[in-house]
Ligand binder design. Structure first.
Ligand SMILES: Nc1ncnc2c1ncn2[C@@H]1O[C@H](COP(=O)(O)OP(=O)(O)OP(=O)(O)O)[C@@H](O)[C@H]1O
Ligand SMILES: [Mg+2]
Length: 341
């Protein structure tokens, strides 16, 4: 089955062609980062309008790259939520219109299921069951995964998502949007141990997270440094290092707890923050110590992309799922509401 996947939940237009027999055939992405950077964050209306402009050229591009024609497409999968409603509606209407014109089924995919399954596109995919740490711009969740659509939420952030904390902290420290990769970049030059920040909610039982206090702690530290005239580039790197280390340690502690609680030793990390090198290293070390294994996608498939939507959609379409002709998207959509395959 050849599936065209469309991703438009936020500020990236992602398009891909996935074939159930041959794997990923083509994948193209347009990132709107430059468009939103001047505003320091995503402007929803600008995002929607840009998706409209990029969608058809990207679809033509993947068809050409894959050497396919539209007539060969068996189904269209699109992100139906969670995300920005206007942006989601662009992908949903394009997908439904093309599916109707081509006489093939369309299916709305859950964006976080897409992220969660992205590591399945790699050479050594994880096997069920596993624990998944979803760490993105809008989500921080620990989920027990027994199969596609068999999700049990173990814990989540009570306030900011991990990626959101990276982005907001970066902004407060004068770094450009998106802040996650910027903090990661300057943290590499930071001196370990010069500043030590709290590991929120690790001193009590449970698997929930809270990152907004850590963001404030980081801002206070940086402002104190500035007030005392110590606002050199090195100090900024040291503060970024301490922030990143606190997030990484907190996530690692909670992952270890989740694995212990479930009795599993396989961990999948997905979403934009799973591209973070320090996080990968820390989790690899922790999983190594319990004879387990950690799985993640290539960096381009950690952040938003069409390939994960084409893949997740394909699995559900193969099981016979599809939508009627109505166009409906959801800004909020708990992943546990998805049907099991
Ligand atoms: N190397 C990195 N280190 C830390 N954070 C990173 C890194 N690379 C990307 N991020 C963060 O990942 C986030 C983007 O990831 P993603 O595209 O999965 O999120 P989103 O789609 O905005 O949110 P969601 O998937 O929850 O709707 C941003 O917050 C970004 O700062
Ligand atoms: Mg995302």
């Amino acid at each position: 089955m050849l599936v065209l996947g469309l991703e438009t939940s936020c500020d990236e237009t992602g398009v891909a062609l996935y074939d159930s027999e041959r794997g990923l055939l083509a994948d193209a992405l347009f990132s709107q980062i430059d468009l939103h950077r001047v505003y320091g964050g995503v402007v929803p209306e600008l995002a929607s309008r840009d998706h409209v402009k990029r969608m058809l050229p990207l679809i033509r591009q993947v068809l050409e790259e894959a050497g396919c024609t539209a007539a060969q497409i068996d189904a269209v999968a699109y992100t139906a939520g969670p995300g920005l409603v206007g942006a989601l509606l662009v992908g949903a209407s394009c997908a439904q219109a093309m599916a109707f014109a081509w006489g093939v089924p369309a299916l709305g995919v859950h964006h976080m299921e897409g992220h969660l399954l992205a590591p399945m596109l790699e050479a050594t995919p994880p096997a069920f069951p596993f624990v998944a740490l979803l760490v993105s711009g809008g989500h921080t969740q620990l989920v027990r995964v027994d199969g596609i659509g068999q999700y049990q939420l173990l814990g989540e952030s009570l306030d900011d998502a991990a990626g959101e904390a990276f982005d907001k902290t970066a902004k407060l420290m004068g770094l450009p949007y998106p802040g996650g990769p910027e903090i990661a970049r300057i943290a590499e030059a930071g001196v370990a141990g010069r500043f030590v920040f709290p590991r929120p909610m690790t001193d009590r039982p449970g698997l929930d997270f809270s990152f907004s206090g850590l963001k404030t702690f980081t801002l206070n530290t940086w402002q104190q440094c500035q007030a005392s005239g110590d606002d050199s580039e090195q100090t900024r790197c040291d503060v970024a290092h301490a922030f990143q280390q606190a997030v990484v340690d907190t996530l690692t502690i909670k992952c270890r707890r989740a694995l212990k609680q479930t009795g599993l030793n396989s961990l999948v990390i997905a979403g934009g923050v799973s591209a973070n090198k320090a996080l990968r290293q820390s989790l690899e070390q922790m999983l190594g110590s319990i004879n387990g294994q950690v799985f993640y996608a290539r960096p381009a498939f950690c952040t938003d992309n069409g390939a994960m939507i084409a893949y997740a959609g394909c699995q559900r379409l193969l099981a016979g799922q599809h939508e009627d002709l109505s166009i409906s998207v959801q800004a909020r959509w708990p992943m546990e509401q998805l049907p099991a395959l």
